[in-house]
Design a binder for this molecule. Structure first.
Ligand code: KG4
Ligand code: ZN
Length: 332
């Protein structure tokens, strides 16, 4: 099936053309990061307006790059939620209009479902697998038994891990979003220089908590005569990242132990983090578990990732009606 997929849940306007839920013909992402950076975070109203401006050119570009016409498209998929309601509505309205105009089947996909199944676009993805989704809005552990069969094992009880990266980066004066910058600075730092807390590490649950870690960064900074720079900044970033990685890896390892899963997927924007990739890689190798990370372009928000689930649903005849609405809060 040749699908056109659309994503607009946060600050990226994205569209893709994917064949059979496997072959990416195009994957266009228009980021609004520069617009929101000025405000230190995503401004929902501005995000909606930007999506409105970009949705048609982005869809056109996705078709053009894939060298297909709208007449050749056989189905439409869109992120239905969760996310910013005004932002989601732009993608959902565009998808519904195209489906109506061309009499095509339409399916709404959960954003996290998209992230979780993204590795299937690059390699064989067997089931069941343990899935860790780490992004700006989510930190969730799932047991994935098949498309549409997800069991939540753990989640953050406060901030998402990407949020902790971004808020800490803001405290350090690094700008927004600072996750990737902390990652880069951490590479030349000493991860044992500062002992940051590991909240919930030994609580016996598979839940996460990151807000205390961000507060620990703030408390540390208040004790310093000036905002750290040079080696001190590298050490701080490396120590923060080490705490985050230890939390993510230890809880994931406990979930592997509990479920006896032999495959692990780590997805979402924070899955780009080099420290996390190395630490997860070491743990997976030690346990003899197959580890799949999407390539960086498929870790962050994109539309191609929706095609894996969408192709499975539409091929099975499951589609949504044209009165489908966007859902800001939606558990999977
Ligand atoms: O999945 P994503 O693009 O959007 C959401 O669904 O939230 O994730 C964005 C998040 C941001 O918090 C960003 O700072 C973080 O992913 N991120 C990183 C890295 N690259 C992106 N965090 C840590 N290290 C990175 N290399
Ligand atoms: Zn995302």
């Amino acid at each position: 099936m040749l699908l056109l997929t659309i994503e607009s849940s946060c600050d990226e306007t994205a569209a893709a053309v994917v064949r059979d839920g496997r072959t990416i013909l195009s994957n266009v992402v228009s980021s609004q990061v520069a617009v929101h950076a000025e405000y230190g975070g995503v401004v929902p109203e501005i995000a909606s307006r930007k999506h409105l401006e970009m949705i048609t050119p982005v869809v056109r570009q996705a078709l053009h790059k894939a060298d297909v016409t709208l007449e050749q498209i056989e189905g439409i998929a869109v992120t239905r939620g969760p996310g910013l309601l005004g932002a989601l509505l732009v993608g959902v309205s565009a998808a519904k209009s195209l489906a109506f105009a061309r009499s095509l089947p339409l399916v709404g996909i959960h954003h996290i479902e998209g992230h979780l199944l993204a590795p299937a676009l690059e390699q064989h993805l067997g089931y069941p697998f343990l899935g860790l989704v780490v992004s700006g809005g989510h930190t969730h552990l799932y047991l994935v038994e098949g498309v549409g069969r997800y069991r939540t094992l753990g989640r953050t009880i406060d901030d998402a891990v990407g949020e902790a990266f971004d808020k800490s980066a803001t405290l350090l004066g690094l700008g927004y979003p600072g996750g990737a910058l902390i990652d880069r600075l951490a590479r030349q730092g000493n991860p044992t220089a500062i002992r940051f807390p590991r909240p919930l590490l030994h609580d016996g649950s598979l839940n996460f908590s990151f807000s205390g870690l961000k507060t620990a960064v703030l408390t540390h900074l208040r004790k310093q005569p000036a905002v750290p720079e040079g080696q001190e900044l590298h050490d701080l970033c490396a120590s923060f990242q080490a705490a985050v990685c230890e939390l993510l890896v230890k809880k994931t390892e406990a979930a592997l132990e509990l479920t006896a899963a032999r495959r692990l997927v780590v997805a979402g924007g924070v899955a780009c983090n080099s420290g996390l990739r190395a630490a997860m890689g070491e743990m997976a190798q030690r346990r003899g578990v197959e580890l799949l990370f999407p390539s960086p372009a498929l870790c962050g928000d994109n539309a191609a990732m929706l095609a894996v689930a969408a192709d499975a649903y539409l091929s099975a005849g499951c589609c949504d009606r044209l009165d489908m609405d966007a859902v800001a809060t939606w558990s999977m």
